[in-house]
Design a binder for this molecule. Sequence first.
Ligand code: UDP
Length: 353
Amino acid sequence: MALKIMILGANGFIGSALTNAILRTRNWEVYGIDLADNKLGDLPQGTGRFHFVEGDITINKEWVEYHVKKCDVVVPLVAIANPAQYVTHPLRVFELDFEANLEIVRHCVKYGKRLIFPSTSEIYGMSPDPILDEETSPLVYGPINKQRWIYAASKQMLDRVIYAYGVRDNLDYTLFRPFNFIGPNLDDVEEPKEGSSRVFTQFLSNVLYKRPIKLVDGGSQKRSFTFIDDAIEALLTILENKDSRATRRIFNIGNPANCVSIRDLAQRTIRIAQEFPVLRENAKATEIIDVTAGDYYGKYYQDIQVRVPAIEAAKRDLGWAPTTDLDTAIRRTIDYYVKQENFGARAAAMSRT
Ligand code: UDP
């Protein structure tokens, strides 16, 4: 019998890439729900193995519970995962990321289903460890008036709840922690609203619109950028779970070799964008300027200086390692965006201004 997988948030950045990869490379059935289906246009057609409903998990509760019961594995990928939103809509983050997801976790406990749950690299907060380890690193957050941490705190609480259900009720779960995934469909680069995207799509959007790239507090803070295709390989291996090696485990999914400063990311984005004729003039004209965190995000923000994953657990137990270097990841992502309808026209219009 083919595995039946439920993906909540199938139209999201990770959800759409995972759905696509499953339909292309496995014979599994996917049951998906999301608010829209605009990122699902590239799915292989005619497999008959993708069953999608347009809906909201906080409203279509009966559909959700029924499908948890019906499927073998549940992958809840509905969440706000964007720092700009943690400081502007902290309660929305709590309600969706924590409250709505807790219901799904409880359904998995009730019906004895396997749960593959997204924790986050943000969970380590301002941990003093230079390399962040799933089993040993302390999780360190700022004071309550720094509302940025509501996301990490919500996720931490869910990790702890899931872990406790594993201990008490034998819940079969895997927690995975994404480290700054980048790739096609991350955010909408043509959405010009400042501060609405994660850093890489924000920078690409700035190049497209010839707006200055803003480095928050000097841009010396570092992140380990991970190409989505590498991440999806890890998730497929977790889903397969050969010899139960992923059961009741936590895995960092990240690429420590791609740890660079945000300034470096800005320079690479400008350099690589110039390889694409449609972006060349705009990229040449894009400036890099400095802004304070207070001006950019407001007073509720606090940053993380370095975020490097330990990936020994994933290497050893999943046989997984990332293979895409940062320049390739940037190039492949830009390549995807420039091929989208309207992108060329918009870039051309901008380069004339
Ligand atoms: N950042 C920046 N300029 C921008 C957007 C973000 O300098 O236009 C910085 C931000 O302050 C943070 C880093 O880039 O240090 C990564 O931000 P992102 O929103 O991608 O998520 P995070 O890794 O903090 O969760």
